[in-house]
Write a protein that binds this ligand. Structure first.
Ligand code: ZN
Length: 242
């Protein structure tokens, strides 16, 4: 096999590896963002719940104060009941006490409601804090994993670069320039195997004469449709094993 062709195939494999490493690196911020978002959401909910718990506590204190004031008022009214002279006055006073008792019930109800609401919010807060703790743990683990993944990706990329550097001295400038120009227009895959008479780059059937020439592998040939440099996998295996 043409040595340049086999070098180009190897170069492409290394470039594909680099591309894959780069793609993995691009996914890192996304992975972190998902975990960070969960933690931020939980922290936000925690703050909201803490704020509404203190509002409810303030409301409850104020209702309890109202209730105290009202209870002493009712107490005084009961004491005065003994001082009224006429039956009519007595009935009117009883009616007022009844009204005052109703108001007292309403205030007590308010205090109870506040207690219930506080319990409910506290339960939710406990759940959110438990979740937050778990998510913080997940985030820390994710950060550590990503740090080691990032180090591994850098290490692997350096290795691939070194492998590329080993290829370069044997690669002729003309072949490399052709590869680089094609890479600019075709992006990733510049060199395609021919399998069953079909270019694996564009999946089109290529002329039998060209297929035969690709098998001989003594020069750089391109697909007439997608312009990728073509190679025969069997010839490449032979070239790499010899
Ligand atoms: Zn093609």
């Amino acid at each position: 096999m043409n040595s340049q062709l086999s070098l180009l195939v190897q170069l492409q494999q290394l470039d594909l590896k680099l591309h894959d490493l780069e793609e993995q690196r691009k996914q890192i911020p996304e992975r972190l963002q998902a975990a960070e978002f969960s933690v931020e959401q939980a922290q936000k909910r925690e703050k909201e719940l803490q704020a509404s718990l203190s509002t409810i506590a303030a409301e409850r204190r104020s209702s309890e104060q109202d209730l105290n004031v009202h209870e002493s008022h009712v107490h005084k009214m009961r004491e005065r009941l003994n001082e009224v002279k006429t039956n009519r006055e007595y009935q009117a006073h009883l009616f007022e006490i009844e009204l005052a008792n109703k108001k007292k019930d309403a205030l007590e109800e308010k205090v109870l409601m506040a207690m219930e609401r506080a319990e409910e919010k506290q339960r939710e807060l406990d759940g959110v804090q438990k979740h937050l703790q778990e998510m913080t743990h997940v985030l820390e683990k994710e950060r550590a994993e990503i740090e080691s993944l990032s180090a591994k990706l850098t290490h692997d990329a350096t290795q691939v670069d070194q492998q590329k550097n080993i290829l370069f001295p044997s690669l002729e400038k003309r072949a490399y320039d052709r590869y680089s120009t094609l890479k600019l227009s075709l992006k990733l895959v510049v060199i395609a195997p021919v399998s069953g008479g079909i270019c694996q780059g564009c999946q089109l059937q290529i002329p039998p004469q060209l297929v035969a020439s690709v098998k001989r592998a003594d020069q750089l040939l391109t697909c007439p449709y997608c312009h990728r440099i073509l190679y025969d996998e069997e010839s490449l295996k032979e070239a790499l094993s010899s």
